[in-house]
Design a binder for this molecule. Structure first.
Ligand code: NAP
Length: 542
């Protein structure tokens, strides 16, 4: 069996940087990637309109000053082709492809207690043994297609936004159905509406979304950003979200109605998240209600048909589902070729050969797009069939997600030398992922270097440390509104799934401080096991 130092799963933002850093440390490292090229979610998410809603100049690696200087983003929000181009550039620039095995699915990763190594099986029938096993699968890589009756009977073309074909898809002259109005649906719907002969949007929960305000960067902004990247990076590292935006200082309730409206209007006109307007929108229901009402009023102003406007108007607490940014979303429902179908009041009964049936009627179309999201956070991890000591499966340890317990969102007890980049109970789902990924990769790299320098065979988080961390995560999120609704954050989007809120919401800067302190204190909360006295040099090396 082949023996290497480290195995990383996934060649997206996480896996690429992890590979780069481990190679710099001199570790023999292999990345297994299912796709036939780099990119991770940005390789698979090629649906029309796919974009990131973190601004381009902040949604990139910051570890290499040279890379920061040589790469220039064109638009405020990067679209999928631009991000994929960037990641390909990174892969080439750091010569990463030679250690990535593409078109390979990890089918299991089991910890062998005897050899104290991870045995990782892949779908090419091979097993590789590694000292360290690192997940770079991210939170949003396991797409969810609801188990509708008759799913296989549809005779037209069928797509999922999370695994879009690489060949161009042309909806011109076609009747299209889109199920789902989360970030993906909201980005895809305005674009598909412009191509399709007719578009049916099947909406279960109406969404709060505000204009992204996407536009080309001007040269002066790019010049300034590049000149000041050192300072900007420091702001990003210390911030709540991982971007350098200054946090709001004022309560929405201290402002007059007119001041609030003008603050919201300024964000609406410029684009970006409304949550940036006041400091207490996610901690105070009354403050939050003012933001929700602002968007509800906008919907009434934009959408001409009052019945459609009403159906598009959300009533849940703003921000308890991920707030969305859009380009012309509500306006799309003024088009003659777009029909909004409320599948909350009249649920989907079945998919038929020619479309779908709700409790109120039949809809016929030629192509069906599932924009139904992901089995978030635990989905991609459980798919790896990770088993730790005594053969315990991660899935069983966390009882399918209802009892997630990690230490710092990076490690979990019973799984030595297993690291999760942007794992549950880290800030990842709510932060600028590029920054959160870099932080985890660097923490893991430092940790592995420490193990090697101190001739330590393994690291494993302590049960007490992860219980305390999980409790702390819950206390912090319970003090906010984030965890109070039904969202994919809590697993409510998937039938039968129930998950504890898996995000550390104290913010990127606070979290970084905690992780750094754990490291500075010799990995407090972890058990570090030395190699046995009689271990040979080769075993200690690898
Ligand atoms: P999502 O936010 O989970 O939205 C899924 C949509 O499908 C929701 O409207 C959901 O309705 C609906 N749905 C699910 N099951 C359904 C069913 N059985 N019947 C009818 N409707 C159903 O997924 P997403 O839009 O793919 O976004 C996921 C995340 O990916 C984003 O929040 C973001 O983190 C990331 N993403 C980011 C961007 C970006 O940067 N702009 C773009 C795309 C994705 P309910 O709300 O009722 O559950």
């Amino acid at each position: 069996m082949e023996r290497i130092d480290a195995i990383v799963v996934g060649a997206g933002f996480s896996g690429l940087y992890m590979l780069h850093r481990l190679r710099e440390e001199g570790l023999s490292t292999r990345v297994f990637e299912l796709g036939d090229d780099v990119g991770g979610v940005w390789y698979w998410n090629r649906y029309p309109g796919a974009k990131c809603d973190i601004e381009s100049v902040y949604y990139n690696y910051t570890f290499s000053p040279e890379l920061l200087q040589e790469w220039t983003w064109e638009n405020r929000y990067p679209d999928q082709p631009a991000i994929l181009k960037y990641l390909n550039h990174v892969a080439d620039r750091f010569d990463l492809r030679r250690d990535i095995q593409f078109k390979t699915r990890v089918t299991s990763a089991h910890y062998d207690q005897k050899s104290k190594r991870w045995l990782v099986q892949t779908d090419d029938g091979k097993t590789v043994s590694a000292k360290y096993f690192i997940s770079g699968v991210g939170c949003l890589s396991s797409s969810n297609t609801p188990k509708f009756k008759g799913l296989d009977s549809f005779q037209g073309e069928c797509f999922h936004t999370g695994s879009w074909p690489h060949e161009p898809v042309d909806f011109k002259g076609k009747r299209v159905g889109v199920i789902g109005t989360g970030s993906s649906g909201i980005q895809a719907i305005p674009v598909i509406a412009k191509q399709a002969q007719h578009l049916y949007v099947f909406q279960r929960t109406p969404q709060y979304t505000i204009p992204a305000g996407n536009r080309p960067y001007d040269e002066a902004f790019i010049r300034d950003t590049k000149a000041n990247y050192g300072a900007i990076k420091q702001q990003m590292l210390q911030s709540w979200s991982g971007t350098p935006k200054k946090p709001p200082e004022r309560s929405a309730l201290d402002a007059t109605e007119q001041e609030r409206r003008s603050a919201y209007e300024a964000v609406w006109q410029d684009g970006g998240q409304l949550l940036s307007a006041f400091k207490d929108l996610m901690t105070n229901l009354d403050a939050n209600a003012t933001a929700g009402q602002f968007i509800r009023d906008k919907i009434g102003e934009i959408v001409r048909d009052p019945a459609v406007a009403k159906a598009l108007t959300p009533s849940y607490v703003y921000g308890t589902k991920r707030p969305v940014l859009d380009t012309g979303y509500y306006e799309t429902f003024n088009r003659d070729n777009v029909t909004l179908v409320d599948v909350k009041s009249a649920p989907v009964v079945e998919i038929t050969a020619n479309g779908l049936r709700t409790t109120e009627g039949d809809y016929e179309f030629d192509a069906l797009v599932f924009a139904t999201g992901y089995d978030v956070v635990t989905g991609p991890l459980f798919r790896l069939d990770v088993r730790g000591k005594e053969g315990v499966a991660l899935k069983d340890k966390w009882a399918n997600g209802s009892s997630i317990q990690t230490y710092l969102g990076i490690a979990t007890s019973g799984f030595p030398n297993f690291f999760m980049i942007t794992g549950p109970q880290s800030p990842a789902l709510l932060s600028n992922n590029a920054i959160s990924i870099e932080q985890h990769v660097e923490w893991i790299t430092d940790c592995i270097r420490y193990l090697r320098e101190h001739k330590l065979e393994s690291i494993e988080s302590n049960v007490e440390a992860e219980q305390a961390w999980s409790k702390h995560c819950k206390e912090v999120s319970d003090a906010t509104l984030f965890s109070q609704g039904e969202s994919y954050w809590t697993g409510a989007n998937i039938e039968g799934k129930h998950m504890t809120f898996p995000v550390y919401v104290a913010g990127v800067g606070v979290y970084r401080g905690i992780c750094d302190k754990v490291q500075a204190n010799g990995y407090e909360g972890f058990s570090l096991t030395p190699y046995p006295a009689n271990a040979n040099a080769e075993a200690v090396q690898a």
